[in-house]
Ligand binder design. Structure first.
Ligand code: AMP
Length: 194
């Protein structure tokens, strides 16, 4: 079972990814988490990625694609995985297709969390105030939304054309949204409920 979860920064993808991964017994692979872990350990990958993360820009594909290829090649991902934060560009979609099979037909569903952008920005600003995250100043938050709209939102149409998009309202309590995702997947016929 191979699932992707998408949505603008702050839509709650990471939280939902963890819940869904647990439900399905597959690893949640978050490129953002892997980058952040490498930054805190000051690994060579972390040193390369840090300036992009700090600026809210996308890490170049030469770094990101190899990292994902390695991660999904690990034994725990052999039975499937849930990708959170990848792919983020049309070039990454192609790259992922190459990793998982011709034409990318090996995907079960692409969950698209739909949220109100103003609501999301407000949520992120609040989180930045509480957690003091270095990558969450107001300018950077707005920059990340902009890049998402420019580079990542078009992926939704690309996956819709393949009949893979499962659209879910991302507004509400975490558990409620998880339930919505699970029933939307079931309705869409994605063969992933067990
Ligand atoms: P996230 O936690 O998913 O919001 O990701 C945090 C940051 O990691 C992003 O703002 C990017 O700088 C970087 N990042 C995560 N995933 C990708 C990706 N697929 N391509 C490029 N950069 C990424």
């Amino acid at each position: 079972m191979r699932i992707i979860i998408m949505g603008p920064p702050g839509a709650g993808k990471g939280t939902q990814a963890k819940h869904l991964a647990q439900h399905f017994g597959i690893p949640a692979i978050s490129t953002g988490d892997i980058f952040r872990a490498n930054v805190s350990l000051a690994t060579p990958l972390g040193l390369d990625a840090k300036r992009y993360l700090d600026a809210g820009e996308y890490v170049p594909d030469e770094i990101t694609n190899g990292m994902v290829r390695d991660r999904i090649g690990e034994p725990d991902a052999a039975g499937g995985f849930l990708l959170d934060g990848y792919p983020r560009t049309l070039a990454q979609v192609e790259e992922l297709d190459g990793m998982i099979g011709p034409g990318g037909h090996e995907l079960d569903a692409v969950i698209s969390l739909v949220v109100d952008e103003r609501e999301v920005v407000e949520r992120l600003l609040q989180r930045a105030r509480i957690e003091g995250r270095a990558d969450d100043t107001e300018d950077i938050i707005r920059r990340r939304q902009e890049i998402y709209l420019e580079q990542t939102a078009p992926l939704i149409d690309a996956y819709r054309n393949r009949g893979l998009i499962v659209e879910v309202d991302g507004f509400g309590e975490v558990d409620e949204v998880t339930k919505r995702i699970l029933s939307a997947c079931e309705l869409s016929g994605a063969e992933m409920i067990r």
